[in-house]
Design a binder for this molecule. Structure first.
Ligand code: ATP
Length: 312
């Protein structure tokens, strides 16, 4: 019998191509229509057996910067204890499956932290896949969607990747067709924006928000592979709220538009801004222009779509 000694899972970041936000519900959440798109910016989560008397779940976590140094400062914001979403994912799966062997989790992070690209959620999805393989729990991807959704509304998408429409809190997913290779630029800010504060600002700005609706023009543009039409259809209801809290982001968006970006918008709850370029070469041109904006600390480029969490 062979024993698995380590499992590594690679997992992508996401960008929201549409984020339509409804009014605040009684439970404080908002109904969303969320078009997720997985991009080629990857974290890796490696699971090994931990030397401890504890049973099940995670017993330790370490993290390293896999961006080549550019995001080293981001690492300081990654918790190394049981508040880490990947740790919580391992604990949840152990409880669900009765796994007895505690694991150590090692994160190699290239997804910017607190940048609206769901890096923590991606790590949680990767930890579910890695622990499932390490423990031989035998759950298929569909069976992992339920624990994923319980960990957070952005955790299910990285399990499937590609492009998908999320409804509810974002956790009910329908895959969508994207036949273009899309070239993205992401402009990172030095500071973060708090997601709850951005939603609170949204509630103040849009007390009359309608129920969120999908955009047929975006879905048609994606299916046809028409990048220019995709650029014109990108939308984020949270953008005015993010700009109200951090007005300087408007200059970042303008720098990208001036460089010919097909679309320029705040990603998720920000402060990361995303730009759609015509080609990989044009993406480098847009990135160079955006780096001159006062709030832009760093840029990364990545194409989409890419598959979800993959065992290496
Ligand atoms: P979202 O788009 O889902 O709102 P985000 O991309 O803006 O998330 P994350 O990178 O997921 O932000 O990090 C948000 C916060 O979550 C961090 O500041 C950190 O304290 C915490 N966190 C918990 N687990 C992780 C993890 N594995 N990687 C990064 N941050 C994590």
């Amino acid at each position: 019998m062979t024993t698995t000694t380590a499992v590594t899972v690679r997992v992508p970041a996401k960008v929201n191509l549409q984020l339509a936000v409804g009014p605040a519900r009684e439970d404080g959440y908002h109904d969303l229509v969320n078009v997720f798109h997985a991009v080629a910016l990857f974290d890796e989560v490696t699971v090994t057996g931990a030397r401890t008397r504890a049973t099940g779940g995670a017993a330790g976590l370490t993290a390293e910067d896999a961006s080549g140094g550019g995001l080293a400062s981001h690492l300081a914001r990654v918790p190394l204890d049981s508040s880490n979403l990947a740790w919580r994912a391992a604990d949840l799966l152990a409880r669900e499956t009765g796994a007895q062997t505690p694991v150590h989790l090692h994160l190699r992070k290239a997804i910017p932290v607190a940048g609206g690209m769901a890096g923590g959620s991606a790590d949680a999805a990767a930890a579910l896949v890695a622990c499932n393989a390490f423990w031989g729990s035998g759950l298929d991807r569909a069976a992992l969607l339920d624990p994923a959704a319980r960990l957070g509304s952005d955790v299910a998408f990285p399990l499937i990747g590609g492009t998908a429409v999320g409804t509810g809190r974002g956790e009910v997913l329908n895959p969508a067709r994207c036949s273009a290779r899309l070239h993205w630029v992401f402009a990172l800010s030095e500071g973060g924006l708090s997601t709850p504060e951005v939603f609170a600002a949204y509630d103040r700005l849009r007390p009359d928000a309608p129920e969120p609706q999908g955009d047929p023009a975006l879905m048609a543009a994606l299916a046809e592979g028409d990048a220019r039409a995709v650029g014109a259809a990108l939308s984020n209801d949270l953008q005015p709220a993010a700009l109200a809290l951090r007005p300087v982001l408007a200059e970042t968006l303008e720098a990208g538009r001036a460089a010919g970006a097909l679309g320029a918008f705040v990603s998720g709850s920000g402060p990361t801004c995303a730009f759609l370029a015509e080609s990989a070469e044009h993406a480098e041109h847009v990135a160079a222009a955006v780096r001159t904006a006062p709030d832009c600390a760093e840029t990364v480029t990545a194409h989409g779509e890419v598959p979800g969490a993959t065992v290496l």
